[in-house]
Design a protein around this ligand. Structure first.
Ligand SMILES: Cc1cc2nc3c(=O)[nH]c(=O)nc-3n(C[C@H](O)[C@H](O)[C@H](O)COP(=O)(O)OP(=O)(O)OC[C@H]3O[C@@H](n4cnc5c(N)ncnc54)[C@H](O)[C@@H]3O)c2cc1C
Length: 414
């Protein structure tokens, strides 16, 4: 294998999302996917272990998964059900003396996914599709009938709630996704969190390797994603306990599930402050918030020859009525000349008002921004809010970007 800047082991959700960023930044990388064949050796500056729950990268580092000593066995199937169960097109769970089941309606109006927690001692290898059908029928009986017009896919697997004891080696080898955290499928978080891991390390590594940021920002991957993984496992543990036991009162599980909706949708992630996040220095009072950044600051952080919006993309959301606005009033900062044809980009200004094509976004109202005061929100490449400031607080903006100021060398580790 030829020398490469980054070696990505595994092309699942975490691997693909990390690769997206490296492609965007034109960083040379090689992606390995398990295929039978002779062992190849090579050299890379950085390695990403995105190779799933049985990660070879993790094992070769002699890192361990800590947590459950035994696995829970699950059956999963995508079915076309014939049933009189009224909520078959709703996400719901069924607790019965014959077992528990999660229903997830799938796309297209008739396909449905069932997750069935199989009794302790079940073996994934010895469980058949007939066993899964029988288990589902028993859970719905006697109140409801359940038959299967077709089963388009099914599988059984064993999983435990576990967290890797380390997420990186020397900030050059990083574990992502199932390679460093595993848990039950109930909250539907495995792929989401793995994608976010890949996205998080992808943009940071690309930024370092293209010489835009110092290698020290990489430690924020470990800080942020190991906490996210630990929180997820704690959440999954609580959910599993509630799922398995008899409800304390009717609707207890449903209430918990609804309360956890924002968490499961990924809206509650809260990272500790680091070189790329400064919530302690944020004025959350206003943002609920929004912004304006000085031109010189953007120029300072943009390598010469690159488009002015390639590193920091300024977006403007105006509270003034649509018809009272004129292009001439919008600072040039928000209409930069970019791209191959050197055209003025007109997609960076938005008006928070009723529009005959697009309706009304009510952005100021939704985000709680005072239209008289305005606000500045700095959003990282992975869409996480890094800092919220008063309108015009240039020093506050500068303070955050200083931490990830241009590295002198393009090398990841020299
Ligand atoms: C049956 C089932 C249903 C699930 N349902 C959901 C759901 O509804 N929602 C959800 O969010 N999550 C779900 N998950 C979890 C989700 O699939 C995983 O959390 C997610 O795929 C993890 O992504 P990953 O990239 O870390 O690993 P994987 O997707 O496992 O990808 C790892 C890749 O690495 C490759 N690989 C392994 N070893 C090597 C090696 N030595 N060299 C090279 N390549 C290697 C593998 O072939 C694979 O392509 C489900 C999981 C299962 C098993």
């Amino acid at each position: 294998m030829p020398k490469t800047d980054v070696l990505i082991v595994g092309s699942g959700s975490a691997g693909i999302f990390a690769a997206t960023w490296l492609t965007l930044f034109r960083i040379p990388f090689t992606m390995l996917e398990s295929r039978p064949g002779p062992l190849k050796t090579g050299q890379a500056d950085g390695v990403q272990g995105c190779d799933g729950a049985h990660s070879t990268v993790r094992r070769s580092l002699n890192y361990h998964m800590l947590g459950d000593s035994t696995d829970t066995v699950w059956g999963v199937m995508d079915i076309y059900p014939i049933t009189n169960f009224p909520d078959i097109r709703r996400k719901c769970t069924i607790h019965s003396s014959a077992g528990n089941l999660v229903i997830i309606p799938r796309e297209g109006g008739s396909l449905v996914r069932f997750y069935i927690q199989l009794p302790a001692g079940s073996s994934p290898k010895n469980t058949t599709l007939d066993d899964l059908h029988a288990a589902a029928r028993a859970i719905f009986a006697p109140s409801y009938s359940m038959d299967f017009a077709a089963t388009s896919w099914w599988s059984t697997y064993a999983i435990g709630q576990r967290l890797a004891d380390h997420f990186h080696a020397d900030l050059r080898v990083f574990l992502t996704g199932d390679a460093c955290h595993t848990h039950s499928p109930k909250a539907g978080q495995g792929m989401n969190v793995s994608l976010q891991d890949g996205y998080n390390i992808g943009w940071k590594l690309s930024s370092v390797l293209s010489g835009l940021s110092p290698a020290s920002i990489l430690s924020s991957y470990v800080l942020e994603r190991s906490k996210t993984a630990a929180d997820l496992i704690a959440f999954d543990r609580e959910l599993t306990q509630l799922f398995a036991r008899q409800e304390g009162y009717e609707g207890e599980f449903a209430q918990y599930f609804t309360r956890s909706g924002r968490y499961m949708a990924g809206f509650t992630a809260r990272y500790e402050d680091s070189l790329v996040t400064d919530l302690a220095g944020s004025e959350e009072r206003v943002a609920t918030g929004f912004s304006s950044i000085l031109q010189h600051l953007i120029s300072r952080f943009t390598p010469s020859g690159q488009d002015p919006d390639s590193i920091i993309e300024p977006l403007l959301v105006l509270s003034s009525p649509f018809l009272s606005m004129s292009d001439a009033l919008i600072p040039e900062l928000f209409t930069p000349v970019t791209g191959k044809w050197r055209m003025r980009d007109l997609h960076k200004t938005y008006v928070d008002d009723e529009h005959y094509n697009n309706g009304h976004g009510h952005a100021y109202e939704k985000y709680g921004v005072d239209a008289e005061e305005g606000a500045v929100v700095i959003v990282r490449p992975d869409q996480y809010v890094a800092k919220v400031l008063r309108f015009g607080d240039v020093e506050g903006v500068e303070a955050l970007f200083k931490g990830s100021e241009l590295a002198r060398s393009r090398k990841f580790v020299s």
